[in-house]
Design a protein around this ligand. Structure first.
Ligand code: IPE
Ligand code: IPE
Ligand code: MG
Length: 238
């Protein structure tokens, strides 16, 4: 592997963590232990990403479609989120990381919403990496919520339809103010976006690895960044 100093570090890396269930199957343990291992890995990789020098690191933790899983699995995930909010707070404070949530948090239980709000508030003044947690996130839901709000602004006379630009649309999304991802990584061998950052990933490099999320460590993140460095980035020009 090349030296970290010689590599261009992407400003924003967005990850679809996947394969917790298959990791559990491989280890002959219940699925929820796969999710637990996934949360433990998340704690570590946030620290690694901050140390590598990534400025924005987004993780897809729970999708708007994931509510369709069994009640038992959804409950187990909610319990893990509750517990890991406290752990993430420590990791964030120790590493000068600012935490921001995207997605519709209103569907979670009140104590979880309070915990997520607290995580954003207590880390708001941190000046290092921004860690963006996508929870109850779906790109189509995000765009729908944003466009509803924009339509309200137009109807109320606060916005002129003729002034709607790509930047204006971006400002209505949960990611307002956050630069688009340069690199998108999906673990576990699946090669689809599963409703993740559809607008924001327009020009991202896509990287797929067969490694299951609980086994995805710093060396794999560096491999992805190395592959990114070998790509010829284009934005439609020649
Ligand atoms: C990702 O792992 C975690 C969530 C989507 C919450 P999965 O639970 O999707 O794992 P697989 O795809 O079944 O292996
Ligand atoms: C995508 O993974 C959602 C998250 C990682 C939170 P899934 O495992 O839910 O996606 P599909 O069902 O394979 O598309
Ligand atoms: Mg999956």
């Amino acid at each position: 592997m090349e030296n970290l100093q010689d590599m261009k570090i992407p400003r924003h890396v967005a990850v679809i963590l996947d394969g917790n269930g298959r990791w559990a199957e491989k280890h002959h343990v219940p699925r929820k232990l796969g999710h637990k291992a996934g949360c433990e890995n998340l704690e570590q990789i946030v620290e690694d990403a901050a140390r590598i020098g990534i400025s924005y690191f987004t993780i897809y933790g729970f999708s708007t479609e994931n509510w369709k899983r069994s009640a038992e699995e959804v409950d187990a995930l909610m319990q893990l989120f509750r517990f890991y909010i406290g752990r993430l707070k420590k990791v964030a404070m120790d590493n000068n990381v600012r935490v921001k949530m995207i997605g519709d948090r209103s569907r979670f239980d009140k104590d979880l919403i309070d915990g997520l709000n607290m995580l954003e508030t207590v880390t708001a003044e941190n000046t290092g990496m921004t860690f963006i947690l996508a929870l109850n996130y779906g790109s189509r839901d995000e765009i729908t919520r944003g466009m509803r709000k924009m339509a309200e602004d137009v109807a109320a006379g606060r916005r002129d339809p003729g002034d709607i630009t790509e930047e204006v649309i971006g400002s209505y999304l949960d990611t307002a103010g956050i630069p688009d991802p340069d690199l998108m990584i999906r673990t576990s061998g699946e090669q689809r976006l599963s409703n993740y950052l559809l607008w924001q990933l327009a020009y991202a490099e896509l990287y797929f690895t067969p490694v299951y999320w609980p086994d995805f460590h710093k060396e794999h993140l560096l491999e992805a960044i190395e592959a990114y460095n070998k790509r010829n980035r284009r934005f439609g020009g020649r």
